[in-house]
Structures are given as C-alpha cells and as structure tokens.
Design a protein around this ligand. Structure first.
Ligand code: NAG
Length: 458
C-alpha cells in the first residue's frame, strides 16, 4: 500500500515537472517565433495608379509581420546626424507618426509588429565615385561623431515612438564584373596596373573595426530603453570585408542579409543572370549565391537564429537583343535595362504585380501598354536558382529577360531558412509585392506564402 502511494507521488511529481519545463520553454522564449521582417519603402506613396501605396495597404500587411522596417532615414553630410530622408513627408506630414500609430489601431487580439526606423538602405545618395556616401565612413572614423549620430538616432526613435533602429549601412559596393572585348581588356589591364583595380576603400579594415564600435555603443544606448538594434547588409556590400559576425552578433537583435541582386541591369548592363540563386552555380563566382552569404555569417560566429534572410519582391529585367541566346538560358548577352514597368516606372525593375500580369497574361483595364507576344517561362523546378521569363525581340517588341521572385521560390527560400535554423525572413519590400492582389487571389502573395510556410509546425 505504502509503496503504491510512493509510486503515485513520483508519477504526479514527474508529470508536473514535465508540464513546468514545457511551459517555461514557451514563456521564456527559448523557442523564439520565426521573424517575418517587412521592409516598407515610404517613398512608394509617389508611385502612380496600381503601384501607389497607401497607409491602408500597409495596415493590411501588419498582422503578417513580426517587424516592420521603415525605409529610410539619412545621415546629414555636414553634421553626421540621423535626419529624415524626406523631411516634408516623414515629419511635416507626420508619416513617421502615422506608421507608428497604425500599430495601435490593430485589433488587440492580433500580435503587433515592432516598428523600426532604418538608416541608409541605398536610398540616401550623395556624392560620386570615391566620395559616394562618404559621410557613412567619415562618421565611423571619429568617436565623437559616432556619439553624435547615436544621440540623434536615439532622440528620433524616442520622439516618434519607434521600437528600434536598423543600420542599412551604405558601405561602398563591390565593383561589378566587366565584360570586355579582347582589345578592351588589353587597355584595361594597362589602366588597372596604373590606378589599382579593386581597391574601393583603402581604410576598409579600419571601417570594419569602427563599425563594431558604433554598433556596440548604439546597443548600449538603446538597450537602456529596451529598444532593438539590427543591421541590414545591402546587396553587393562585401560581408567578408566589412562585417565581423562574431564581434557584431552579441550587440545585435538580428541581421537582415540582402542576398540578392548579385546581378542587376545597372551594374551588369551587358550580361543578365539569376539575381538570387540559393546555391552555387557552375561558372559563377563562389560568392554569388545565398548559401555562401549565409554561411559566411554562421561559420564566422553569428548564431544562426540571428540571421534573417532577405527575399526580394521585385524582379530585374534586361533588354534582349539579336545577340542574345534564343534559348534564354543565362548568363545571357543583353543590352542594358528593359523598359520601365507600366506602374513602377523604373527601367530594369518590375514589381511582382507587374511580373505576374505580364507573365500570367492577366488583363487589367488599367494596363495601358498590354504586352504583345507572350513570355516563355522557366519555372525552375529544382528550386535552387529561381524562375525567369523572356520575350524574344521581334517586330512588335523589344524583348526582355527577367529574373524574378514568385511565391513558390520565396517558399523554397523559407524552407532553406528552416533547414538552417535561421531567425527568419525579411521581405524587401511590401510596396513591390502584389499588395492589391490585382493579379493574385490574395493581397501580398509573396509575403503571405512565406509567413504561412514559416508558421507551419513542420
Ligand atoms: C569579397 O572580399 C573577399 C575578401 O577580400 C574577396 O575574396 C571576394 O572576392 C570579394 N567578393 C567580391 C564579390 O568582390
């Protein structure tokens, strides 16, 4: 009898211990939810027609995002302080405040995203050549200027009620691969011997160290108020050169890795290629793929769960020529950016809504220039390279070759994120997804496909 009771007590105790442990796991968040970081380009309110993005559109996305990143703030050339990129819109018309307020309008049962202000992002453009965005490097070089910047960032975040700051730091980009004729390369090799080819930043090693100091000091200031600090690695900024994962990670809540735009019409006007392959492809550089970029960070000391994989919602489009290989297989000879999209109006770039309409052939009354001919689509069943579509040049059309993102490929990337135990995904950006659902069955098809996939338990 006695012994039986003992057994029962043991059993019950064990039962409660198990319950307690599993509760602690959820409550104390050893299993932190996967991040869905939504970039929001505030400049998209100036686009026309279908591409015009409103606060109402933004609000629809909120429940799918754990973080919303407001792009972008700038750094003043003169005083190296954080300033609004568009003072009239951001401050006078109170767009900072309106975006932060959207959170409070959400139904209380819905989780509320953290709203973070991002600096740089490629939107803050000043100077040319070696002087391009020099304030981002000047600021790093002086402890006093770093403090000025940190104080201005802290004040702005507090004043408008943001939940943190993101540094989408505008380090110099790598030089694009040049394609030259035999004679051209002869002269090129003479020239490069004279001026030195690939030195884009002579003080790169100093800047790498000073950036660590900036992040450490920034986090110390922000942490006092429980504010977040993240870093966004922009496309074509060489992580190996500028980012020390081991030294940075302890001071960061997460890192958004913009592992796409390995090729763009602006940087590679003569050669089109996959813009964001997941894995290394034959005859390409070893570092032109997502897997290399992720591994650089995780193998050099950043915990995988702090790495957030950037997924574009836009496509890159080049002009095909009669010299282009007619089978469409990249890399492909091309002639600069393709014509601008009917709504985004930015040569060489197309939103997913535009790609979807052109490729799926869905007609909308607002489409002023209906595509003639029809696109041939390579869907990429391997899900390792990404889909592309092309239209051969003909009497009625100039032709185009488009490397794009769609819900399928974005889900393949989300699967990769899960398999590597990464912290989540960063959608860049909301305003270039099919946010109105003009071509899809739902609004934000890329965002929704990814966030649904990540929240599935398997
Ligand atoms: C990035 O930097 C590393 C180290 O200097 C170099 O080996 C690599 O080629 C660079 N990548 C690009 C794309 O320039």
């Amino acid at each position: 009898m006695e012994r039986n009771n003992m057994r029962l007590v043991c059993c019950i105790t064990l039962f409660f211990v198990i319950i307690a442990v599993s509760t602690a796991k959820t409550v104390f968040g050893t299993q932190e939810p996967t991040k869905v970081v939504c970039f929001y380009n505030a400049g998209a309110h100036t686009r026309d027609g279908q591409a015009k993005f409103t606060l109402e559109d933004l609000q629809i996305a909120f429940p799918h995002c754990t973080h919303v990143i407001y792009g972008y703030a700038a750094i003043s050339e003169k005083f190296k302080k954080l300033i609004p990129l568009n003072e009239n819109f951001d401050v006078n018309q109170q767009h900072y405040k309106k975006v932060v307020d959207l959170k409070n309008r959400l139904n209380n049962r819905l989780p509320k995203p953290k709203i973070i202000l991002s600096v740089g992002g490629g939107a803050d453009i000043s100077g040319e050549d070696d002087e391009k965005n020099i304030q981002y490097r000047d600021l790093l070089e002086s402890a006093a200027l770093r403090t000025t910047f940190i104080n201005s960032a802290y004040e702005t975040v507090k004043k408008y009620g943001f939940d943190g700051i993101d540094l989408a730091w505008e380090f110099p980009e790598t030089k694009p691969k040049k394609i030259r004729s035999k004679i051209g390369s002869f002269f090129h090799s003479i020239k490069t011997k004279v001026i030195g080819p690939s030195v884009i930043d002579k003080k790169a090693e100093d800047h790498r160290q000073q950036f660590i100091a900036l992040v450490r000091e920034l986090k110390r200031t922000m942490a006092m108020d429980n504010l977040l600090v993240s870093v966004t690695v922009l496309p074509n900024v060489n992580s190996t050169v500028y980012y020390d994962p081991k030294a940075l990670a302890p001071h960061l809540d997460f890192v958004n890795l913009m592992a796409y735009d390995f090729y763009t019409p602006a940087r590679n006007p003569e050669e089109a290629d996959y813009t964001s392959p997941l894995f290394e492809l034959v005859d390409r550089r070893f570092d032109e793929n997502i897997d290399f970029q992720v591994n650089y960070w995780t193998r050099n000391g950043a915990p995988a769960n702090k790495i957030v994989l950037g997924i574009p919602t836009f496509a890159r489009a080049w002009q095909m020529t009669t010299d282009s290989n007619i089978n469409g297989i990249p890399p492909l000879t091309v002639d600069g950016p393709a014509e601008q999209g009917p709504f985004t109006r930015d040569a060489g770039l197309l939103s997913y809504a535009e790609v979807c309409q052109m490729i799926e052939g869905k007609k909308t009354p607002a489409l002023t220039t209906p595509p003639t001919g029809s696109y041939l689509v390579e869907k990429d069943t391997s899900r390792r390279r990404g889909p592309y579509a092309y239209l051969l040049p003909g009497p009625n059309s100039k032709g185009a070759w488009i490397s794009f993102e769609n819900p399928d490929y974005a889900v393949a990337k989300a699967t990769y994120v899960k398999s590597k135990g990464l912290g989540g995904v960063a959608i860049n950006d909301l305003t270039l997804d099919d946010f109105k659902g003009s071509c899809s069955y739902e609004r934000y098809p890329i965002l929704q496909a990814v966030s649904n996939h990540l929240t599935k338990p398997y």
